[in-house]
Design a protein around this ligand. Structure first.
Ligand SMILES: NC(=O)c1ccc[n+]([C@@H]2O[C@H](COP(=O)([O-])OP(=O)(O)OC[C@H]3O[C@@H](n4cnc5c(N)ncnc54)[C@H](O)[C@@H]3O)[C@@H](O)[C@H]2O)c1
Length: 549
């Protein structure tokens, strides 16, 4: 019903709007109930929940403010603690053995191959790519190219799981047994009712890839995306429904963290995938007694090896890694360990110049959604109390903007801290604190200080991404062999960011660590191993009752 209303509203807007506005609506995809260009303080958008096959509102609207001007521009129907019953009932309808598994409703694997094919095709239409890129920009401001890349990765992911590729995810194996009629089969089994919680920084890619992985393997997920950006996934779910996603297969909830926490405790999903901060990750791991997979904070390091080459290229990758999306990638370069050989290469000057090209107008630098300007300045000032530290560039708030004060607005910033100081116990925690904004620490090491660099990497808690920038095979081998980060790039073109659909992305060194993107990630996160040992006989004619053992 509300879908109908929204589309009627849309038609009315189309009728009454001036020409430019009409033309924008004409380019709005058929499944959409919003137009990224039209959403504003005077024409706010609504985000609903989806439960037990219907779109629903709630008693409470949470207003989201436009990160660029502070206008209340989106209202989200946030479910309250007293309203979670329908979500609990919905999850409880899914048995532990899932909606499908290798021995139940296998045709659903094929159905999901078809849904993926249709969704990949629809998402690949230029107007749909553009629609999602622009919608992402409105709520999680980043350059058009960065937003478009997020949509393209999502589209390629869907292409990867067309046809028979979903059923291949559930490939089983058989091992011959000890006697005739016996064999063991290993299966990938779903968990059944599951939950997915995702953050604000990749409004489409993270929730979509995890949602599809959960569904492919036969689970029934309830999805919660950070309300600041959940409009993007709300529209994507409408696209998926248009592509044949059965309405009862998943639910979509908007709520604050506390209500979601309550739902998890009361509905008892068999597995929860959490992507977000380590603080919440640890709370959920304890609350849910370990029934979690985690993609949490990243304090991502890059080591420049002794072989200096391709300085312009390396400087550009450093700039992209540290400051694209205003540093709000969990894979963003947080600390740069630079071999002294690079000092005279002009690398830092080049990085400074590149950082100065970034501007608010094209969102190559922009609002920081979870760290205020004051908090970033305070962190920087604390770092500057460390002996020998200094601001390399940036270090100031952005000027001439209307970004509301609840968000941060900071120039791309690099602070130098001497390596020996980083390692001091009083300083280490401070220096390795993740600042989810355009902020990095830079340090230098000499030939005989590689051990100190590796000690720093060993002492860090988050082991998400890393880059070893060198083409010296022995250097690479040494550093790779003595580090653990789950997604590590190695070679002169190494970067810390980049989570395309074609390689695993996720932390290592933690048994709770999840992954995203690849078949291995889907199987690890969204299925468990089940072994069925067939032993059908015949019992040999010569069999006689053995003595007791
Ligand atoms: N490892 C990865 O793949 C990855 C990817 C993106 C972001 N991140 C991390 O996410 C963080 C940035 O996101 P954030 O600050 O918005 O994270 P956050 O932990 O504050 O929020 C993440 C999500 O959890 C929800 N939430 C908060 N408290 C909850 C609770 N008690 N129970 C259930 N849900 C709850 C939020 O509403 C949101 O949807 C950074 O630390 C970043 O490194 C990690």
């Amino acid at each position: 019903m509300s879908r109908l209303l929204s589309r009627q509203h849309l038609a009315a807007v189309r009728r009454s709007a001036p020409f430019a506005c009409v033309s924008r609506w004409l380019h709005t995809p058929s499944f959409a109930t919003v137009s990224p260009q039209e959403v504003s303080g005077s024409s706010p958008a609504e985000v609903q929940n989806f439960v037990q096959g219907s779109w629903t509102a709630s008693a409470n609207w949470n207003w989201i403010v436009d990160p660029l001007n502070g206008d209340k521009f989106i209202k989200v129907a946030e479910v309250q603690g007293t309203e979670i019953k329908s979500f609990m009932e919905s999850l409880s309808k899914c048995p532990k053995h899932g909606l499908h598994n290798p021995l139940k409703a296998p045709e659903r694997y094929l159905m999901y191959g078809d849904i993926s094919a249709k969704a990949a095709h629809m998402l690949g239409q230029p107007t749909v790519l553009d629609f999602f890129a622009k919608l992402i920009q409105r709520v999680s401001p980043k350059s058009y190219q960065q937003a478009l890349a997020e949509v393209q990765v999502s589209q390629k992911f869907l292409e990867n799981f067309c046809g028979d590729q979903v059923r291949f995810l559930a490939r089983s194996f058989a091992v011959p047994g000890n006697h005739l009629g016996q064999r063991s089969n290993g299966y990938r089994w779903p968990y059944g009712p599951v939950a997915i919680i995702t953050p604000f920084n990749f409004p489409l890619e993270i929730p979509l890839l995890q949602l599809m992985g959960a569904l492919y393997m036969g689970n029934k997920p309830v999805l919660k995306v950070d309300s600041k950006v959940s409009i993007v996934m709300e529209q994507m779910i409408r696209l998926l429904h248009d592509c044949g996603l059965p309405a009862e297969d998943m639910d979509f909830i908007n709520s604050d963290g506390a209500v979601m926490n309550k739902l998890l405790l009361e509905a008892n999903p068999k597995m929860t995938l959490f992507t977000g901060s380590s603080r919440v990750a640890e709370k959920l791991a304890a609350d849910l007694k370990g029934r979690v997979k985690l993609e949490d904070a990243g304090f991502d390091w890059k080591i420049l090896g002794p072989d200096v080459q391709e300085v312009d290229y390396v400087a550009w990758v450093c700039d992209q890694d540290a400051y694209a999306c205003s540093g709000q990638k969990c894979s963003a370069q947080s600390v740069l360990f630079m071999h002294k050989n690079w000092s005279s290469s002009g690398l830092l000057e080049k990085m400074k110049k590149l950082s100065e090209r970034r501007k608010l107008e094209d969102l190559t630098i922009g609002p920081v959604l979870t760290v205020t300007t004051e908090a970033m300045i305070e962190h920087m000032n604390n770092l500057l109390k460390i002996r020998g530290s200094k601001v390399l560039f940036g270090g100031e708030p952005l000027a001439n903007h209307s970004i509301p004060k609840i968000y941060g607005a900071m120039k791309p910033t690099a602070v130098f801290v001497p390596l020996e100081e980083i390692l001091k116990s009083g300083n280490f925690e401070l220096v390795t604190k993740e600042i989810f904004g355009p902020f990095q620490v830079v340090t230098e090491y000499s030939e005989d200080q590689l051990e100190l660099v590796l000690e720093a990497c060993e002492r860090m808690n988050a082991h998400l991404t890393a880059a070893i920038v060198s083409n010296d095979p022995l250097f690479l081998q040494d550093v790779l062999g003595r580090s653990v980060n789950g997604t590590t790039y190695a070679g002169i073109r190494a970067r810390t960011t980049g989570a395309p659909q074609n390689h695993w992305f996720g932390p290592a060194g933690d048994p709770r660590g999840a992954g995203i993107g690849t078949p291995e990630a889907i199987k690890l996160v969204w299925s468990c191993h089940r072994e069925i040992i067939y032993d059908v006989g015949p019992v040999p004619e010569s069999w006689a009752l053995p003595s007791a053992t």
